[in-house]
Write a protein that binds this ligand. Structure first.
Ligand code: MEV
Length: 442
């Protein structure tokens, strides 16, 4: 997606499925192959899936939506999202619209450095083993560099070697060696695991110990993604046309959002839900690009607890002009080469839609969507509550589950919301009533 085409597509929501696809084609946002991969017509085939995991019997589909209005580091981006939960794509798009009025999202990443861990047991003396390893650091790094010449050519490879002492564990003290490895545009699990396995014998011969586990750490706190945004006060005001009592002034909304964030900052019970809202934005883009969302989830939550108490991954406050400002920092180990990202046609199409050419760029978009989604939840919770916005979308799902199809879905959903009874039994009852009245009128 190039800048001139933009990520604002007014009325996209009201188009039919076919019209939305046609609009993306018309804008040149995607090639026809990429479009049909994302549309599901030409997505992952069972025969391809058969090479990805074991005992394959098929493929499993989820909705793909496109979040609009995103501007990340001055670039317009259409963001594909795979998610089953209603309101997420709409929420992200809406908040991206508010943020673009303040210049969009400013995002950056640290170097794509992963941590590989080696657990060193049975060393006669921990301080001696530690120093022996540190003395040999250059040699060990040189050896690690020779393991993956391709990565080395691309500018990646080992960066550092740290030796930690675990003083207290159920089996007593031991050493842990951290190999810091720049994996460039890969997620990097294979590269780092291979490097650890290959380095282990050398570590044993230097220390006389036994290397037990050799595996990456998912607390990838050297591979951080950060995003911030400014929401002008004017964008926070809403309900101007609503009846008195339903007008929300910008200052009020800003302060209520900050109060809501303070709850998550102080209380782990709230922080878990708050961060789930962030992951509502993060995971769908991680998934659509074929990345390992369990790794990203684990990394995020471990990072949220790094200070010894689980807390919010984001912060919200006000700038010198009184605008709302938000920031999000989290580990984001995502890649654009290798693994499912290469194999899955829809993952490749998703990268094409976002115009992403490096893993860092992908992480910058993902962290921005996480921040947008966090704002969507906080704004709703801090003002009219989450259910109002949720209900109409939820009602559609209930209508479909009750057996409605075509135009029936929207009509039935509207009736359920109007009756304030968004329940499957009522939806089925209405469908039965419609069927009976159709038979009577025949
Ligand atoms: C629901 O999927 C996510 C929220 O619970 C997030 C939050 O409470 O901040 C709405």
């Amino acid at each position: 997606m190039t800048d001139s085409q933009g990520s604002r597509i007014p009325g996209f929501y009201n188009l039919t499925l076919e019209e939305r696809r046609a609009e993306l084609s018309r804008r040149g946002a995607l090639t026809s192959e990429a479009l049909s991969a994302l549309a599901g017509d030409d997505g992952l085939r069972a025969s391809q899936a058969d090479h990805m995991i074991e005992n394959v019997i098929g493929v499993y589909a989820l909705p793909v939506g496109v979040a609009l209005n995103f501007v990340v580091n001055g670039r317009e981006v259409l963001v594909p999202m795979v998610i089953e939960e209603p309101s997420v794509v709409a929420g992200a798009s809406f908040m991206a619209k508010l943020a673009r009025a303040g210049g969009g999202f400013i995002a950056h990443t640290t170097a794509p450095e992963m941590i590989g861990q080696m657990q060193l047991l049975d060393t006669p003396d921990l301080p001696t083993a530690r120093l022996a390893l540190l003395e040999q650091k250059d040699r060990l790094l040189a050896e690690a560099a020779s393991i993956d010449p391709v990565l080395e050519r691309l500018g990646g490879g080992p960066r550092d070697l740290e030796v930690r002492v675990i003083e207290d564990s159920p089996i007593g003290p031991f050493l842990v060696i951290h190999l810091i490895y720049d994996v460039r545009d890969a997620m990097g699990a294979n590269a780092i695991n291979t490097a650890c396995e290959r380095l282990a014998p050398r570590i044993e011969s230097i220390t006389g110990g036994r290397v037990h586990l050799r595996i990456l750490s998912n607390l990838s706190d050297r591979r951080l993604a950060r995003a911030r945004c400014t929401i002008p006060l004017s964008e926070l005001t809403f309900g101007r046309d609503a009846p008195p009592g339903r007008l929300y002034a910008g200052e009020d909304v800003r302060d209520k959002i900050i109060e809501a964030w303070a709850f998550a900052a102080a209380d782990p019970y709230r922080a878990a839900t708050h961060n789930k809202g962030i992951m509502n934005g993060v995971d769908p883009v991680v998934i659509v690009t074929g990345n390992d969302w369990r790794a990203v989830e684990t990394g995020a939550h471990a990072y949220a607890a790094r200070g010894g108490r689980y807390t919010s991954l984001s912060t919200w406050g006000r700038d010198h002009l009184g605008n709302l400002v938000g920031a999000l920092e989290m580990p984001l180990a995502v890649g654009i080469v290798g693994g499912a990202t290469k194999v899955h046609p829809a993952a490749r199409a998703a990268l094409e839609l976002m115009g992403v050419t490096t893993a860092s760029e992908l992480a910058e978009i993902i962290v921005s969507v996480g921040l947008a989604q966090n704002l969507a939840a906080l704004r709703a919770l801090a003002t009219e509550g989450i259910q109002r916005g949720h209900m109409s979308l939820h009602a559609r799902q209930v209508a479909i589950a009750a057996g409605a199809d075509g135009n029936q879905i929207e009509t039935l959903a509207q009736q359920l919301v109007a009756e304030q009874t968004v329940r499957i039994d009522r939806a089925e009852e209405i469908l039965r009533e419609w069927k009976t009245s159709r038979q009577v009128n025949k």
